[in-house]
Design a protein around this ligand. Structure first.
Ligand code: IPD
Ligand code: CA
Ligand code: CA
Length: 266
């Protein structure tokens, strides 16, 4: 038992270091002329900054824990049999990044035998590090954070995101956006799912929903919101799937109201 706790603690320290170093790299390259490639559709981009950030994080993990699996957005999964699996988004908010819109982050999470163990999200422009270990509470720059006290949807500031646009995409979010619009106090779309989740954890936003996300987008944020006292589920209130899908995260108090709105969208 102690051996495993120590092993997780060592990885937590490394994750925080890797997120800060990768974030510093992103910050240093912001605004430099950099080519952005569309992976498939025009809003699904990858830049040199994404790949350099991922290489930095992979290098740090592999140097210390060569038998861990690393699932990075840009590099795919690596092999390993230690039971540990890292979920890495080296730059969440690439479209923002290419425009110099200062809402992006690095997101790193760890699973042990399939169970989420910790999450770290670093926002290099605000110099804010959100971190949480299962059972240990959530922090921002080392200070405890907790979700908002807002009780009603009509008083809630909600945030969402849209998957890269594809014609006939079953994950089209426009219907849900229109359904929430008259019911919430206001809606936002900031362009970084990992940071959206951290803002819910910190009580700056009251709820978040988005369809069709990937494990690297949400894994760290799920731990951080949960440890901040919030609730995270799928669209029907079911246990959230770490390996992607539809996600609702909230302060808990408005969660059922959010699920009811989503249920009405079919
Ligand atoms: C994207 C961001 C965005 C969300 C998209 C994601 P990326 O991730 O999290 O907020 O709406 O669905 O793909 O591509 O910038 O890492
Ligand atoms: Ca992402
Ligand atoms: Ca990314």
């Amino acid at each position: 038992m102690h051996v495993k706790e120590d092993a997780v603690a060592e990885r937590f320290v490394l994750a925080r270091r890797a997120a800060r170093e990768a974030g510093a790299l992103l910050r240093s390259r912001l605004g430099s002329r950099m080519h952005a490639w569309a992976k498939d559709v025009r809003s699904n981009l990858v830049t040199e900054a994404d790949t350099q950030s991922e290489a930095l994080i992979r290098g740090l993990i592999q140097a210390s824990f060569p038998d861990d699996v690393i699932v990075g957005e840009e590099g795919g999964p690596s092999a390993g049999n230690s039971g540990y699996r890292w979920l890495v988004d080296p730059l969440d908010g690439t479209v923002n990044y290419t425009h110099g819109y200062r809402c992006f982050c690095v997101s790193i999470a760890l699973q042990w035998e399939g169970r989420l163990t910790f999450g770290v999200v670093y926002d290099p422009m605000a110099d804010e590090e959100y971190a949480a270990q299962r059972g240990g509470g959530a922090t921002c720059n080392g200070q405890p954070v907790s979700v908002s006290p807002v009780e009603k949807l009509e008083d809630a500031l909600l945030v969402t995101g849209f998957p890269p646009y594809r014609p006939d995409d079953p994950n089209d979010n426009t219907k849900a956006f229109l359904a929430f619009f008259p019911r919430a106090q206001a809606l936002r779309r900031d362009g970084s799912a990992a940071l959206d989740l951290c803002y819910v954890a910190a009580g700056r936003l009251d709820g978040f929903w988005e369809p069709g996300l990937h494990a690297w987008d949400v894994a760290a944020g799920i731990v951080i919101v949960t440890e901040a006292g919030g609730r995270v589920t799928g669209y029907r209130g079911e246990e959230v799937r770490v390996d992607g899908g539809h996600i609702v995260a909230s302060n808990g108090r408005i969660h059922d109201a959010m699920l009811a709105v989503l249920a009405g969208c079919g």
